[in-house]
Design a protein around this ligand. Structure first.
Ligand code: NDP
Length: 285
């Protein structure tokens, strides 16, 4: 039976290590790294994600600032706030929680975040640097996935990876990170023919679709590592579930990430790591 990669446990360990690092950084540079989070509106899921981020910042010993704005805030006001944070010498990371209300242009907002403070790794220049193989801030979810794979002691080089999903925040960047680790990568999506057959080729299978149990046990190669990024609400139980039928998949996979408690906590933990990276880039410049 496959092992569960416990993202919660791993996150706790990494946050503990970062807390030690932050203490040392404060001694060395006279201040701790700081993260500013902007939350627009009252979307309960966004509120919950933001709470998690602020809590993690506290655990790691970062300074955090939460800025809340009403759902009808103007784009100009939001952009002005980003400008203020960009100019603030004591702010190292700026994050705007997505999605934003329809009247606000998300692309314009992401573009407005100073590249050196782009802790989410969504800025177009960061994305370009990622694809060009230049130094960059890697987006949090893919970065956390790579850390989880490394944790299994699994050498990705030369292995076949299949990523199901091609979004800008998960599917595409995790494909690039796997490619950088010398995997042979296939990206599947809604137009892929015979998804099951494609998935069965994978030594590493990443599911980032957002559809309950789209990945069933028969789609998994025996011994594969399965990373379940999906966060779905089970319509029958109301509970959170992933894209993978975990219980059945566990009989076939060597390692599998649970939902909840897998990729989710690691995403937040990598945000802390990125904030420290942005801080280090700034204080050592
Ligand atoms: P998107 O909706 O942006 O992308 C979903 C992808 O799945 C698309 O590329 C789509 O293909 C593909 N897809 C849809 N239906 C099928 C199908 N039947 N067969 C194969 N591929 C299909 O989602 P995100 O990438 O933003 O998120 C994916 C999931 O991960 C969601 O559940 C989200 O909540 C979760 N998530 C979790 C995070 C975490 O930290 N745990 C972080 C971010 C996301 P096409 O491009 O052809 O439409």
């Amino acid at each position: 039976m496959g092992n569960i990669i416990d993202g919660k446990q791993l996150s706790l360990r990494l946050k503990g290590e970062m807390a030690e690092q932050v203490k040392a950084l404060e001694t060395q540079y006279g201040r701790v790294p700081s993260l500013a989070v902007i939350l627009v509106g009252e979307n309960p899921a966004s509120q919950s994600y933001v709470r998690g981020k602020i809590k993690a910042a506290e655990q790691v010993g970062l300074r955090s600032e939460l800025i809340t704005m009403p759902a009808d805030v103007s784009e100009a006001t939001l952009l002005a706030e980003i400008d203020r944070l960009n100019a603030d010498a004591l702010t190292d990371g700026v994050l705007v929680q997505l999605p934003l209300p329809k009247h606000i242009d998300e692309e314009r907002v992401i573009d407005a975040i100073a590249l050196e403070k782009d802790v989410d790794g969504f800025h177009p220049a960061n994305v370009a640097n990622l694809w060009l193989g230049k130094p960059c801030i890697e987006p949090c979810t893919p970065k956390g996935i790579m850390q989880m794979i490394a944790e299994c002691g699994f050498d990705v080089a030369g292995k076949k990876a299949v990523v199901v999903g091609r979004s800008n925040i998960v599917g595409k960047p995790i494909s690039k990170l796997l490619l950088d680790a010398n995997a042979t990568v296939t990206i599947a999506h809604s137009r892929t023919q015979n998804l099951a057959e494609v998935c069965r080729e994978a030594d590493i299978l990443v599911a980032a679709v957002g559809r309950k149990h789209i990945i069933t046990a028969d789609m998994i190669k025996p011994g594969a590592i399965v990373i379940d990024v999906g966060v779905n609400r089970d319509p029958e139980t109301g509970k959170l579930c992933g894209d993978v039928d975990t219980a059945a998949a566990q009989q076939v996979a060597s390692y599998i990430t649970p939902v909840p408690g897998g990729v989710g906590p690691m995403t937040i933990t990598m945000l802390m790591k990125n904030t420290i990276e942005c801080y280090l880039n700034r204080v050592t410049k």
